[in-house]
Design a protein. Structure first.
Length: 202
């Protein structure tokens, strides 16, 4: 892949039950590499989202700060402050035009297999990292059945700088989508709640 084409992201929110919890999702268009950022409870607001994105984007290399495309949600009201703080341009999809953020829309459906609608979205960043890591090792037809993680590693040497700051990826998963995804399919919401408790205790 050509490094000059990297760094263009599509973003959105994953909203939890009753709109009381949320996480931000970022998907790199060329490699399909996904990042899921925890939002503190009640921080799915323009101020809370902007602060979380600024903190994360300022930790990634300049080559990965091309642009961010979001929907028309009011949570991105502070886009000018985000651009000023990170030098990353923010663009908005047209209303009712999800295909303009097709990469993120497709990835959002995969994330919902781990964070089902009607459940709370965890603020535990290592758990969200585990989901992103498992998706990163899922073969993508758009990449010729390559993995997003491998694609970004071969395109740039900055892979390790893309993990959300202040946390480590968990050793719960290894390479392709498997253990966490299979357990979620089998036990659903019960596992989601139990898993969060177990992860906090360990």
């Amino acid at each position: 892949m050509i490094v000059g084409h990297l760094g263009h992201w599509e973003g959105d929110l994953i909203i939890g039950a009753h709109g009381t919890s949320a996480a931000a999702t970022l998907v790199e268009r060329t490699t399909r590499f996904v990042t899921i950022l925890a939002l503190p409870v009640g921080e799915g607001t323009p101020e809370g989202l902007c602060d979380v994105l600024i903190d994360h984007i300022n930790t990634i290399p300049d080559v990965m700060r091309g642009s961010l495309t979001w929907d028309q949600g009011s949570e991105m009201a502070r886009h000018a402050a985000l651009t000023l703080a990170t030098d990353m341009k923010v663009y908005f999809a047209h209303p009712r035009s999800p295909w303009e953020r097709g990469t993120n829309e497709n990835t959002g459906g995969l994330i919902r297999e781990y964070l089902p609608k009607g459940t709370q979205v965890t603020t535990h960043q290592p758990y969200l990292n585990a989901i992103a890591e498992e998706l990163g090792w899922t073969p993508q037809s758009s990449l010729g059945m390559a993995h997003p993680t491998r694609s970004i590693r071969t395109s740039t040497r900055c892979f390790h700088h893309l993990t959300p700051r202040g946390s480590q990826r968990m050793n719960l998963l290894h390479h392709r989508r498997g253990p966490l995804h299979r357990l979620h399919q089998r036990f659903g919401t019960f596992l989601h709640l139990s898993g969060l408790l177990l992860l906090r205790l360990t």
